[in-house]
Ligand binder design. Structure first.
Ligand SMILES: NC(=O)c1ccc[n+]([C@@H]2O[C@H](COP(=O)([O-])OP(=O)(O)OC[C@H]3O[C@@H](n4cnc5c(N)ncnc54)[C@H](OP(=O)(O)O)[C@@H]3O)[C@@H](O)[C@H]2O)c1
Length: 167
């Protein structure tokens, strides 16, 4: 199983502010994210699921990590599942070819230890976030730039980090 983390980060590694991504919709990034994850399984924390309006992402199996499964949403969608921890979710998905972990901070912090790949969209501005992506150790992950563009005159780079060392 290939485990990938996917996130957009600001110049201070910030990922969210007041439960949302403060930069709004970056079309190229959303297209990249959709292309990468469509047809696969995505895992996210309950707060991130709230930030999606409590709707699973279409054309993907969505697994929400929470101490309490919310039956109201669970019975509404056939692509939404709950797990009580990241580890339980990963164990249940061992036969999957690849899975994508899509946030937020609490889930990234744990999942980085299991990550084979990390896709980070770097947005070169400080949005004074209150949630952050963990440090990516350059001795453990090799960086490769995939795409570079401007969003509202801000430089944006999509990079892939591939694990070269298991510690
Ligand atoms: N920039 C990006 O790419 C990106 C991507 C995703 C999210 N975000 C941002 O990240 C922020 C959310 O991050 P966050 O850290 O506050 O929340 P989160 O990781 O999305 O969700 C936290 C929740 O997940 C559940 N959880 C986490 N670990 C658990 C465990 N071991 N066992 C059981 N349940 C567990 C708990 O849900 P319960 O309380 O239900 O038990 C916990 O309250 C938001 O601002 C969001 O916009 C940014």
């Amino acid at each position: 199983m290939i485990i990938s983390l996917v996130a957009a980060v600001d110049s201070k590694n910030g990922i969210g502010l007041n439960g949302k991504m403060p930069w709004g919709h970056i079309r190229e990034d959303m297209e990249f994210f959709r292309g990468l994850t469509t047809g696969s399984t995505v895992i996210m924390g309950r707060v991130t699921f709230d930030s999606l309006g409590n709707k699973p992402l279409p054309n993907r199996r969505n697994i929400v990590i929470s101490s309490t499964a919310n039956v109201k949403y669970y019975f509404k969608y056939n692509n939404l599942f709950y797990e009580s921890s990241l580890e339980n979710a990963l164990l249940r998905l061992l036969n999957e070819e690849q899975i994508f972990i899509i946030g937020g901070e609490s889930i990234y912090k744990k999942a980085i230890d299991y990550a084979d790949r990390i896709f980070l969209t770097h947005i070169d501005k400080d949005y004074h976030c209150d949630r952050f992506f963990p440090n990516v150790d350059a001795n453990i992950f090799r960086k490769e730039e995939l795409k570079n563009f401007e969003y509202n005159s801000i430089d944006v780079k999509i990079c892939q980090y591939t694990r070269i060392l298991w510690s």
